[in-house]
Write a protein that binds this ligand. Structure first.
Ligand SMILES: NC(=O)n1nc(-c2ccco2)nc1N
Length: 323
């Protein structure tokens, strides 16, 4: 009836709001028990009125039945790999190449981000609804992991906007936080199953599960770092503003992202992140330093597989302690 569908829609909006407050702003407004009560209330109403269930309902996270294999997806825009820097000199050379190419001398603004050590994914929202997700694969073709991506709690099934873009492709890194990684290996040891060597392998293994119910138990997380395709929306003119816009739509971004003016601030950012690397609670293998102005990014373009406008400044390889 009309009343029931209004109740259901109201519960869905409430749950989406609380998911946003908890997963994106890290500012829950209600205790977990209250969130669970609302979710169970919605599950109850949907069970009584299955014709009202929609795929973007917060109850529809746990995937369908296990797949027999993964469909291939071709990225409309290739997902690039990054050029590397291993020293301050490499960064200065990168900046000099950019300035020469742009025929500029004034300082550049860089958007500086931690380089998450997980798995790059592409998530497509059609009219604000999560419709498809793929791994990076070889940069041109990836695997369809839509049902697994839907189980990741900080990825919204619907964007928080009543005027969503017709098409929006969110690109980001799926990673497994240290706490979840330790828990997973402990459980595996106790059940005589194989353990993972590191959180990156654990994230890859969890995303490439054919059964979404297994992926769901793995406590993965997404941090978005760029936009691929976009249609039906005027995007902000800088990379940093685009990331803030994604955040306002309910897409989680990393909270260590900073704007830096000129190479001195960029290299200080690199040192700051290196100093806090062990307290972040997830693996990173360096920083990603991007020219902030989109117009300049477009002027610089890409060479072969990597953009001219970004560089990954990596940390020296950490000697892996044998567990
Ligand atoms: N892995 C990671 O954290 N990345 N990767 C990029 C990237 C790859 C290509 C353009 O941007 N940005 C960040 N923060």
């Amino acid at each position: 009836t009309q009343i029931i569908s209004q109740q259901i829609e109201q519960l869905r909006q409430q749950l989406r709001y609380h998911e946003y407050q908890y997963h994106v702003l890290d500012q829950p407004q209600i205790p977990d028990a209250e969130y669970d009560r609302l979710l169970n209330q919605l599950k109850q109403l949907e069970a009584e009125h299955p014709q009202l269930i929609s795929p973007d309902s917060p109850t529809q996270r746990v995937g369908a039945k296990p797949l027999v294999g993964f469909r291939q997806i071709t990225h409309e825009l290739p997902m690039l790999s990054l050029d590397n820097a291993f020293s301050d000199q490499d960064f200065y050379a990168f900046e000099r190449r950019i300035q020469e190419r742009l025929g500029r001398v004034e300082e550049l603004t860089f958007c500086c981000e931690p380089k998450l050590d997980g798995l790059a994914v592409s998530i497509l929202y059609l009219n604000g609804v999560l419709s498809q997700a793929a791994t990076r694969g070889d940069g041109t073709t990836g695997e369809d992991i839509t049902s697994n991506i839907r189980t990741i709690r900080n990825i919204p099934l619907q964007l928080l906007s009543d005027t969503p873009p017709a098409r929006l492709e969110v690109r980001g890194e799926v990673f497994m936080p240290h706490q979840a990684f330790e828990q997973l290996n402990q459980d595996a040891l106790q059940h005589g199953q194989k353990t993972f060597a590191n959180p990156r392998n654990a994230a890859a293994g969890s995303l490439r599960q054919l059964d979404p119910k297994i992926t769901r138990q793995r406590h993965l997380s997404l941090n978005a770092y760029s936009i691929g395709i976009s249609e039906g929306v005027e995007l902000p003119a800088t990379h940093y503003a685009r990331l803030q816009w994604l955040k306002s739509l309910g897409i989680p971004i990393n909270n260590e992202i900073r704007l830096c003016q000129g190479s001195a601030e960029v290299l200080k950012y690199y040192q700051d992140i290196a100093a806090k690397r062990d307290q972040l609670g997830y693996d990173i293998d360096g920083t990603v330093l991007k020219v902030n102005a989109i117009a300049l990014q477009e002027q610089l373009g890409f060479v072969a597989k990597a953009p001219r406008w970004a560089i990954a400044y990596k940390f020296p390889a950490q000697e892996q302690l044998t567990l």
